[in-house]
Design a binder for this molecule. Structure first.
Ligand code: UDP
Length: 327
């Protein structure tokens, strides 16, 4: 059985990756410090003989006994509210955490895939964004702690590839949604659905003309799997190229949920990117990958998930959902 380490295992993407690699017949080690992760996302895996969980902060030295074939580094706060609340941890997990995991990959002769982001493009001046575009990032703005940590992550990953011959992969993830997102992490989709479920108006920031392109989580996981198995070390965009304004997106959620609430407009946060759309030509060519799940279907599944959560979830703060009892 191949053996894989997945960091951020109790998070939204990490937990879906654990499911996928268990399904592929792997021995999976999940690692998480549970600052933003939630044990409930992986509770169903805890009794499996081929899954183990390590409660650990990867910005400290990472020890894993035995052999390792692959590493997926997905530990990081990933919503603007999180970076504002925990900026130093955000910087550390992208920089020190990545350094530790690259060292582990080198030591174990394991292949490593790191989760980068469309945020490396900042507020982009090129549209749609291709991998060749270097970005327009404000290093000292509110998003700088995330964006610059991820840009450093890409740089150190390429350095380990070039200087140490480590087998590295870099995915640039665009906005992704699906079950197990945190209802109160401040992101547009859970924010709108949470507001609809609580009977509140939907808060659109700015005039809502800014765009995003939303990818369903299963499509993203398939892209990650294919990239890991490829032999390409450069960054690859994975995301859904269908672009929508945030106002239209809020209107879709109003329709989906049947809420009688309306849209209210709030100030646009500083450095909020005006547009974002992945150019996925490279992923199509290299991996034969493109998204399959349309937004109506993906949003329906996600809404059903949020509706199934206990009512008190609706009123929780961004943090504080962790269940450390399983450790
Ligand atoms: N947004 C909004 N209302 C909210 C939350 C977010 O209008 O309650 C906007 C946000 O300003 C951004 C877009 O929706 O323009 C997507 O935000 P999200 O946090 O989901 O992702 P990111 O900005 O990191 O792409």
């Amino acid at each position: 059985m191949p053996r894989i380490l997945i960091t951020g295992a109790a998070g939204f993407l990490g937990s879906h990756l654990c499911d996928r690699f268990i399904k592929e017949g792997y021995d999976v080690i999940g690692m998480d410090n549970l600052i933003t992760g939630d044990m409930r996302n992986i509770e169903h895996l805890m009794q499996l003989p081929n899954f183990e969980f390590h409660h650990h902060d990867v910005s400290k030295y990472v020890h894993v006994a035995g052999e390792l074939d692959e590493i997926l580094h997905f530990a990081s706060p990933a919503s603007p509210i999180d970076y504002l609340k925990i900026p130093i941890q955000t910087l550390k997990v992208g920089s020190l955490g990545t350094h530790n995991l690259l060292g582990l990959a080198k030591d174990k002769k394991a292949r490593i895939l790191v989760a980068s982001t469309s945020e490396v493009y900042g507020d982009p001046m090129v549209h749609p964004q291709t991998e060749e575009y270097w970005g327009n990032v404000n290093p000292v703005g509110p998003r700088g702690v995330y964006d610059e940590a991820k840009r450093f992550q890409e740089a150190i990953t390429m350095a380990y590839h070039t200087y140490h011959g480590v087998e590295t992969r870099i995915i640039r993830i665009f906005n992704t949604y699906g079950p197990r997102m945190r209802l109160n992490d401040g992101r547009a989709l859970p924010a709108f659905i949470g507001q609809a479920l609580r009977g509140e108006d939907l808060t659109v920031f700015g005039d809502g003309s800014q765009t995003r392109s939303f990818c369903y989580v299963d499509d993203l996981v398939e892209g990650i799997y294919r990239l890991l198995k490829s032999d390409y070390a450069g960054p690859v965009n994975i995301g859904n190229p269908i672009e929508i304004t945030i106002k239209e997106f809020a209107e879709e959620i109003i329709k989906l949920t049947g809420t009688s609430q309306k849209i209210v407009y709030k100030d646009l946060p500083k450095d909020d990117p005006k547009q974002r759309q992945p150019d996925i030509t490279l992923a199509r060519k290299l991996l034969g990958w493109e998204p399959k799940v349309n937004r109506a279907e993906g949003l329906r599944i996600t809404y059903d998930y949020f509706k199934s959560l206990p009512e008190e979830e609706l009123y929780k703060e961004a943090h504080g959902r962790s269940f450390p009892r399983a450790i």
